[in-house]
Design a protein around this ligand. Sequence first.
Ligand code: MN
Length: 658
Amino acid sequence: MKHSISSLISAAEKYLPDLNSKRLQRAYDFADQAHNGQLRKDGTPYITHPLAAAHILTKLHVDEDTLIACLLHDVPEDTVYDLKDLEKLFGKKVRFLVEGITKLSKVHYHDNMQERQVESLKKLFIHSAQDLRTILIKLADRLHNMQTINAIPKPEKRVRISKETLEIYVPVANLLGIWELKSQLEDLSFKTLFPEEFKMIDENVKKTNIKHDKLLKRSIEAVKKLLRSYDIKDFKIEGREKSHYSIYRKMLRQGKSFNEIFDLMGIRIVVADVGACYQVLGILHQNFTPKLGRLKDYIAIPKNNGYQSIHTTVFGIDGNLTEFQIRTEEMDLESSYGVAAHYFYANGKNKKTLKQKWQRKSQWVQRILDIQRDIKNNEDFIEGLKLDVFQDRIFVFTPKGDVIDLPRGSTVLDFAYHIHSDIGNFAVSAHVNGKPESLRYILKSGDVANIETSKESGGPKISWIDQVNTALARNKIREYLKYQSKDKLIAQGEKQLDEKLKVFGHPGIDAITKGQRGLIQRYFEQNSWKSVMTEIGAGILDPRELIQVVYSEEEIMGEEAEPRRASYSGEKVPEKVHKVHFYIEVINKIGMLRDLTSALADLEINILNMSSLLTKDRGVNILDFYVEIQDLKQLEKAMFTMGQIPGVIKVTRIQNGQ
Ligand code: MN
């Protein structure tokens, strides 16, 4: 079909009474000019693509910014204009949406990916989109690319794109409940991947449609009359088409022939409210004999994805089996446009039922609901959607491009254990995005991590327990440590305890008195000091717990004090802090102090005082820091983070009086 900007404007004006058509026209003119001279693979000017995608979006009743962003979606990547130019011309929101689409184009799919990885990729896709409208644009973009896929000369490329569509885009559309886009994407992929099967089904569908056509018209007329005779006025009735792919899947799944699956007519009746749905069901069953076992009430018990309708099959006109779907307008809207129906169609009158329906959807949609509940205004709602959802997950890539899905805060070691326990156990070093990083480096979404292993590494160390964030990694480490010799466990336990003691400025393990040892043994129900050390060495006992048994918080952290800092930008200031003193041995270089202070600021640690104490050797400085620390955890974090900064040689905690 040939689209024009004027047909886009008139389609949008139908549902957007306040549309600024000049702005839309301006976006079109700009995109047209920017892509000038570029051609699509089928030889048409490039602008036909964003224009067609925007047309698809008008069916979802998207807002003006979404349409504009869609028209501009390929500008930053394919033309000389960048995001800043778009912001200047069309504002921050449009820039934000286009930026989101650009990011999504970096979500890569590889052939032969395992199911788990495909699953992660789907999540990554949703995660990377900060605003749901971005996904809608991306789906429309993909749908138009699929509609024109035959223009791509290389068959392998057509297959790869179709597989990607089927495995990533279709499930995402399904998750969002946008069945209208989903079934089109599905059928187009099906056509490329299984051309023979598609042809067979297509021919059969056409044949059956011809056969059914007259009968369908007669049936619709008869039902219309019937409903009016029962005084039902407010209804829509239409014949229903099944997607080719869904017929194919049913044939495979149920082992049935095409005729068995398809040789029944489908009619959909849409009415005003739920009461009318049941009324229509009653009327149909009173006048046509229902087929046993075919009545499904998805209104009372919705499907897992939230789908609602009543389904029944009856012996209809001339005894022909006819399948009816009965639903309200709202259910109909939602079954076609899912999430979009909520954003763009919601008119407030049915908010309560909408909410109930959403609650049955998957968990992350539930989170969206929560945001929606807090934010009344529609625009704020979409802003609020800056996917809080999945904020707690990160997606990290192996060098081969496989995706590992981890909780936020996971380290390189977690990643290694999630690939394979041997990779975790024998990890020695790592590169993240090509740069060497320690095993306890905290990863973020989109990182590419490469783990170097060595069989001579000696296996996991007890300190690793503190360096991982997932139960899986922790268990694997413990599992390994369990089988070490007792002497080794004891030695590791002692070392671990010694290190932890020194973090809070204690002289170390040798300074623990006999009386304190006895107290610890009794507290942890161990019959010897050695068995306490074994437990620490095997990762069963946390040395911090042990320290807290013997020393009070004041002894560990220093005297409690009122925080000295004030809240300027509304951030929370802790009620009490401890004044902690550090010596930091550093290489004397430009930017050293800035790196240290900004690392502390990132941890929300206030610096009370600092000075450069003395120069040990040429080029080595000892810095003297007084800071406000909340608890032992923050103290350890601060010491670790400072120790990681290039140029820092050693961080020592100084206890009062030392
Ligand atoms: Mn595109």
